[in-house]
Design a protein around this ligand. Structure first.
Ligand code: SAH
Ligand code: SF4
Length: 432
């Protein structure tokens, strides 16, 4: 979502003559679009700011000016504190106020005090943003839903991104057509709770579900692949499960975070479902789309997590079988209920559990990638690999696929015969 917001910041700043730059040296302004989800992400902001300060100082020694801004969820959560700690920062804003960037830049240029914009606007920011103009290339992100009303007890999102909101369907389809005109063949629909989507369709109280939106999007000529992320198990509705079996453009991959396999911990996390519901969803998905690849997020060491709770998570992983997964040590986030729970887990225990969980997930991930060896898969090539002449793309099941040669295939979908399967990728040869 931050990638999407960053592209939209380019759109907002373009009329003022700003264009994206690859280096600090060339930049008249640096915006850090930040993440507050875990402590580590937040720490990175301050270490990056230290480096940017040096750039700013050497610019001003040479007589030129560089504006420094902190946007995103760290901006939202820390506000003016950032300027106190790093006085060379000119602007701080949150994820809902970046549409005001031109005005903030003008104020900062005039140098009249701190520029801090943290209000959640009455009018949705999407209505204040210009049309998309900056192409995202062959694979594009499109935010359709934002914010969250679920208040999981570990999570900052409801406080930093605000209340749940779904964009009207017509606006999304219009943006999708623009993205396709700009070269997109794949669109990933984004939302903190994307499957809670219920967009206005201009017919009174009736709204479109995510499945309705996917159905409409599939009619957009030139668009070949649809994905969506991130979903909550509670909102995996029947129509959404069923469209996985009927819509060929919807890719056979689903990121469905469960966080824990223990009902006790799920309850403490305020996830509002049990492990059983998750298993049931997976069964129903596999009935309509037997080859669907699954991925999840896991938190280890949530306050009060016992050895048995952790084993329940390990057993859930064994039972489901993942194509990939993301896992994190529980991180105390200021202002969230779990952060003040007295039963915090020892750091060493967290580390040990994370290592065990990741070893299991990595085993599954490698086996999943190796299961494709000898098969031919469809790959959307979108970038160069690290090695000379190497091209990198995404398979339908979301794996990274490397081939050598075939430079002309960038931006196209091609058949690839898989020759090797590894932890984070597969390699192959282009067929024909
Ligand atoms: N809306 C999604 C998740 C968004 S946050 C959902 O409900 O699943 C992305 C991931 O970050 C979460 O799935 C969770 O695994 C992780 N995360 C969020 N807060 C965390 C915290 N305080 N400590 C550790 N991991 C956290
Ligand atoms: Fe955070 Fe996701 Fe829970 Fe919302 S549903 S509070 S975004 S983890």
């Amino acid at each position: 979502m931050n990638v999407y917001d960053t592209v939209r910041m380019h759109d907002v700043m373009a009329p003022l003559g700003y264009t994206p730059s690859d280096s600090y040296e060339d930049a008249d302004m640096v915006i850090l679009n930040t993440c507050h989800i875990r402590e580590k992400a937040e720490e990175k902001v301050y270490s990056d700011l230290g480096r940017i300060r040096k750039e700013k100082d050497s610019k001003s020694a040479g007589g030129s000016k560089m504006l420094v801004a902190v946007g995103g969820c760290v901006g939202q959560a820390e506000g003016a504190e950032i300027i106190k700690r790093a006085p060379y920062v000119d602007m701080v804003f949150g994820p809902q106020s970046y549409y005001q960037l031109p005005e903030m830049v003008t104020r900062a240029m005039r140098g009249r005090g701190e520029v801090v914009e943290l209000d959640f606007p009455q009018v949705q920011k999407f209505d204040m943003l210009p049309e998309v103009s900056d192409s995202q290339g062959v694979s594009a992100f499109l935010s359709v839903q934002e914010g969250c009303d679920k208040f999981c007890s570990f999570c900052v999102v409801p406080y930093t991104r605000g209340a749940e909101y779904s964009r009207p369907m017509a606006a999304i389809l219009q943006e999708a057509r623009k993205l396709v005109d700009g070269g997109a063949k794949e669109i990933t629909l984004l939302g903190q709770n994307v499957n809670a989507y219920h967009g206005d369709i201009g017919q009174g109280d009736r709204t479109a579900s995510l499945a309705d939106l996917i159905d409409a999007l599939a009619q957009v000529g030139g668009l070949e692949r649809i994905r969506y992320t991130t979903s909550h198990p509670r909102d995996m509705s029947d129509d959404l499960i069923s469209i996985h079996g009927s819509e060929a453009k919807l890719m056979p991959y689903l990121h469905l975070p469960v966080q824990s396999g223990s009902d006790e911990i799920l309850k403490k996390m305020n996830r509002k479902h049990k492990a059983e519901l998750y298993f049931d969803i997976i069964d129903r998905l596999r009935k309509v789309r037997p080859d669907i690849a699954l991925s999840s997020d896991f938190i280890v060491g949530f306050p009060g997590e016992s050895d048995q709770d952790f084993e329940d998570t390990m057993n859930l992983i064994r039972k489901v079988g993942y194509g990939s997964a993301y896992s994190f040590k529980y991180s105390q986030r200021p202002g969230t209920p779990a952060a003040v729970d007295e039963n915090q887990i020892d750091e060493l225990v967290k580390q040990e559990r994370l290592a065990r969980l990741q070893a299991l997930v990595h085993e599954q991930q490698t086996a999943f990638n190796q299961s494709f060896v000898g098969k031919t898969i469809k790959v959307l090539f979108d970038r160069s690999g690290k090695l000379d002449g190497q091209l990198l793309g995404k398979g339908e099941y979301m794996q990274s696929v490397y081939v050598t040669g075939g430079e002309g295939l960038r931006g196209t979908i091609a058949d690839v015969k898989v020759t090797g399967g590894f932890l984070n990728s597969v390699t192959g040869e282009v067929v024909n």
